[in-house]
Design a protein around this ligand. Structure first.
Ligand SMILES: [Zn+2]
Length: 111
């Protein structure tokens, strides 16, 4: 980004305008040709989101209704080698299949 030192217009070098092809490209606002490089301060943000995942569990029950009730009370665990999580005891999350939802965040302040 560059800033015109005459009128303080801020923009990109590609936005400069030359009145004729022989003129030096100048500020599109005032025609000035005295510019200063401007560095826009970047910040870090701590972001969070919700995402849909797929999970599975195995339930032994007399009916599907019973199986659903049992399954609804099981906890969610991540599935990875060596985790020891058993799909006959907990829900196993092993696939992420959604886009980030409900993205929110806050500016990270130096500590
Ligand atoms: Zn200007």
């Amino acid at each position: 980004m560059i800033e015109c030192q005459d009128c303080l217009w801020v923009g990109e070098e590609s936005e400069l305008i030359a009145p004729t092809s022989s003129d030096e490209p100048g500020c599109p606002n005032c025609g000035g040709t005295d510019f200063l490089d401007v560095r826009i301060a970047m910040k870090w943000f701590d972001m969070s989101c919700a995402v849909t995942v797929s999970a599975y569990t195995q339930v032994e029950a007399e009916t599907l209704e019973d199986a659903i009730e049992i399954a609804s009370e099981r906890s969610m665990e991540l599935s990875f080698t060596g985790s020891g999580n058993d799909s006959k005891e907990v829900w196993l999350v092993d696939d992420i299949d959604g886009e980030p939802q409900n993205i929110h965040g806050e500016e990270k302040h130096h500590d």
